[in-house]
Design a protein around this ligand. Sequence first.
Ligand code: HEM
Length: 123
Amino acid sequence: MFTNTHAHIFTWVVALILFVAAILLFKKGLAKQMKIVHMTLRLFYIFIIITGAGLFFNFASIDHMMYGLKTLVGIGVIACAEMVLVRMKKEKSITGVAAGLVITLLITLYLGFSLPIGFDFFH
Ligand code: HEM
């Protein structure tokens, strides 16, 4: 589970879908349904961190600096996603945190895919 990136990718793809679903439900005024999706998303934050940390402890010796950076920015993505949803619920402006989310997500995807483990269907 921690020797390849499949579980890790699965957790953040599901989280991304749940994040979009939570926003759509909120926009439709379905607060109760949104709350359930938001709680499930929080569970997936934990799965992302567990699978990411597993990869980190297995592979960080390859390049401490880049793996450390990937981990930090990855946690930044989770923090921004959470702040977008919480601020949206409180009807506060989300421009800053949404921009932060896009930027940290792009950097995380770039670092993730450029780091050495890579995605290989046959492993
Ligand atoms: C929503 C947040 C995150 C996203 C979108 C994300 C995305 C990715 C992607 C695209 C990869 C490369 C997969 C591959 O090449 O097969 C990856 C690998 C990895 N991620 Fe994440 N990640 C996130 C959060 C985290 C967190 C919180 C941690 C640490 C606790 C972490 C640690 C790692 C490690 C160590 C790797 C292996 C890098 C390698 O390919 O050598 N990630 N992640």
